[in-house]
Design a protein around this ligand. Structure first.
Ligand SMILES: [Zn+2]
Ligand SMILES: [Zn+2]
Length: 242
C-alpha cells in the first residue's frame, strides 16, 4: 500500500460555532476518530487527538495558537494518539490509568490497527504490527459534573460509561453543542469491547436522551442535529432495553 506524506495526513475544516473538525482522511470512516478543536477566550479545547501516527502539533498550526486543554472522550487508540504532545491532558477518573499506561491490548490497537483500516499508509516509520500509543499521564482527572472552562465557554462533563468505563460527553448548554465521543454517533456503535458494559450503556443513553441538544459532534461519522439525536437514541433503546 502507498504511503502519504506527513503534510497530507490531516485535513482541517471549520464547522461553525468556533468548532473545527480535524480529520485523518486516509483512515477508513469506521475507524477514523473525529478530532474536535474548540476556540475559547482564555484557552482552546481539543476533544480527542487521533491515532498519533503524525504529529498534530507539527502539522496542524491551529492546535498551537493558544493554550489548549486536550480532553480524551475515552482512551481507545484512535482517540488519544497525540495526547502526549500536549501539556494539559484531561481524562475521566475511570480511564486515567489507561491514558498513563496504554498497551496495544487495552487501547484496542490490537486487534483493530491493521493495514486494512487505511486507504494510504501513514508515513515512515509507521508499522501496523508494532504500532502503539505513547503514555500521556493525565494532568487533570475529571468526574461527572466537572466543567472544562474556556473563559467564555463552558463544557460540562457527562460521564457516559458503556462503550468504555471512563467515556465522557461534553455538553455546552448555552449553545446546545454535545461532543458525544463513542457512546453515540451516526454509525454502527461498539457495545462489546473487553471493557464495555451493556447495563451502563443503557443507563448512559437514558440520561442523554433528555438533553436539549442542538448539534452533536461524535467520535466517528458526520455530525447531526438534535432531532436525529433523539431518534438515534430512541431507536437504540427500543432494540437494547428490552
Ligand atoms: Zn472510536
Ligand atoms: Zn472507542
Amino acid at each position: 500500500m502507498e504511503r502519504v506524506g506527513a503534510d497530507e495526513w490531516y485535513k482541517v475544516e471549520r464547522v461553525g460555532d468556533d468548532v473545527t473538525y480535524i480529520c485523518e482522511p486516509h483512515i477508513l470512516e469506521f475507524y477514523r476518530c473525529n478530532i474536535w478543536h474548540v476556540r475559547g477566550r482564555d484557552q482552546d479545547m481539543l476533544v480527542d487527538s487521533g491515532m498519533g501516527v503524525v504529529s498534530l502539533r507539527e502539522h496542524v498550526p491551529l492546535v498551537t495558537e493558544r493554550a489548549l486543554e486536550a480532553v480524551a472522550s475515552h482512551t481507545h487508540f484512535d482517540h488519544i494518539g497525540c495526547h502526549h504532545e500536549f501539556d494539559k491532558r484531561t481524562v475521566h477518573r475511570c480511564e486515567c490509568d489507561l491514558l498513563a499506561h496504554p498497551t496495544r491490548k487495552n487501547t484496542l490497537a490490537d486487534p483493530y490497527a491493521t493495514d486494512e483500516i487505511f486507504t494510504c499508509l501513514p508515513p515512515e516509520p509507521y508499522v501496523s504490527s508494532t504500532y502503539a500509543v505513547k503514555g500521556a499521564p493525565a494532568t487533570r482527572v475529571v468526574d461527572d459534573g466537572d466543567v472544562i472552562d474556556l473563559g467564555d465557554r463552558h463544557f460540562e462533563v457527562i460521564h457516559t460509561p458503556g462503550h468504555s468505563p471512563g467515556g465522557i460527553a461534553l455538553w455546552e448548554k448555552a449553545s446546545g453543542i454535545l461532543f458525544s465521543g463513542d457512546i453515540l454517533y451516526d454509525g454502527p456503535l461498539i457495545e462489546d469491547t473487553y471493557h464495555s458494559d451493556m447495563g451502563d450503556y443503557i443507563a448512559s443513553m437514558k440520561r442523554l436522551v433528555d438533553l436539549p441538544v442542538r448539534i452533536v459532534h461524535g467520535g466517528h461519522f458526520p455530525s447531526f442535529a438534535g432531532e436525529r439525536y433523539r431518534q438515534l437514541i430512541q431507536d437504540w433503546l427500543t432494540t437494547h432495553d428490552a
